[in-house]
Write a protein that binds this ligand. Structure first.
Ligand SMILES: Cc1cc2nc3c(=O)[nH]c(=O)nc-3n(C[C@H](O)[C@H](O)[C@H](O)COP(=O)(O)O)c2cc1C
Length: 210
C-alpha cells in the first residue's frame, strides 16, 4: 500500500455487534498504549453490545464517541480516529491510504458474512475489502456458538485467502482468576499475531507444568 511501510504503526480496528465488547475495549487500549494510530469503526449493533456488556453508552457521532472514549479509557486517545459508518473519505476506505493491518474484534456472524462476500456496504466492510484486495493482514475475532455450516464456510473461504480467523475462545491453562484475565488471554494472542509487543499473559512453557 502506498502510505504504508513495514513498520507503519497504523491499524484499523472494527467493533461489530458480537458479544465480547471487553475484548474490543482492551485491544484498543493496548494498541493506543503501544503508540499505534487507530482508526476505530463502530457498528450500530456494537454500540448496543457495548452498553449491554460494558455499561458504556457511546453517542453516534464520531467526535462525541471519541470524547466518551477519552473519558472511559485509561490511555491517551491522541492517536485515536473514530470514523463514521459512511465516512467514505476516511483513509481506511482506499488502498492508497489504508493501514495494512485490520482487526474486527469482536466479529459478528453478520460482519463475517459481509466481509466474506465483499459487500462493502458500510465503512467497516469496505475497510476489510480494501485490506483483502491490497493483501494486507486481516484478523477476525469471530464470536458465535454454535457455528452454522454457513459460518464455517465463510470462515474457510476467508482463511483460504490468508485471513486469520481467531475465535473468541480463551484458554484456561494460565489459571484465570478474573474476567480481565480471560480477556487478556485473547487480546495477548491478537497482539502477538499483529506483531505488537505485549506482556499480558505468561507465555506457554515449562512453568505451566502442574
Ligand atoms: C447483546 C448482543 C449480543 C450479541 N451477540 C452476538 C454474537 O455473539 N454473535 C453474533 O454473530 N451476533 C450477535 N448479536 C447479533 C448482532 O449484533 C446482529 O446480528 C447485528 O446485525 C450484527 O451487525 P454488525 O456485524 O454490523 O455489527 C448480538 C446482539 C446483541 C444486542
Amino acid at each position: 500500500m502506498v502510505n504504508s511501510t513495514k513498520n507503519d504503526k497504523r491499524i484499523t480496528l472494527a467493533w461489530s455487534g458480537a458479544s465480547g465488547a471487553p475484548y474490543g475495549i482492551r485491544l484498543l487500549e493496548c494498541l493506543l498504549a503501544a503508540d499505534y494510530e487507530v482508526y476505530l469503526l463502530i457498528s450500530s449493533a456494537a454500540r448496543v453490545v457495548l452498553a449491554t456488556e460494558h455499561g458504556l453508552k457511546l453517542p453516534s457521532g464520531p467526535d462525541a464517541a471519541k470524547e466518551a472514549l477519552t473519558k472511559h479509557l485509561t490511555v491517551s486517545t491522541d492517536k485515536l480516529n473514530v470514523c463514521g459508518k459512511e465516512d467514505w473519505f476516511s483513509p481506511v476506505a482506499s488502498g492508497s491510504a489504508a493501514p495494512k493491518q485490520m482487526v474486527v474484534c469482536p466479529c459478528s456472524a453478520g460482519s463475517l458474512a459481509a466481509i466474506a462476500h465483499g459487500m462493502s456496504d458500510n465503512l467497516a466492510e469496505r475497510a476489510a475489502d480494501v485490506v483483502l484486495k491490497e493483501r494486507g493482514q486481516l484478523l477476525l475475532v469471530v464470536r458465535e456458538t454454535p457455528f452454522s455450516t454457513l459460518h464455517l464456510e465463510n470462515m474457510l473461504k476467508l482463511s483460504k485467502m490468508g485471513v486469520t480467523i481467531m475465535p473468541a475462545a480463551p484458554g484456561f491453562y494460565h489459571q484465570p482468576q478474573t474476567i480481565e484475565d480471560l480477556v487478556d488471554f485473547m487480546v495477548a494472542r491478537i497482539l502477538d499475531h499483529l506483531g505488537v509487543e505485549q506482556g499480558l499473559v505468561p507465555r506457554w512453557g515449562y512453568d505451566q507444568r502442574p
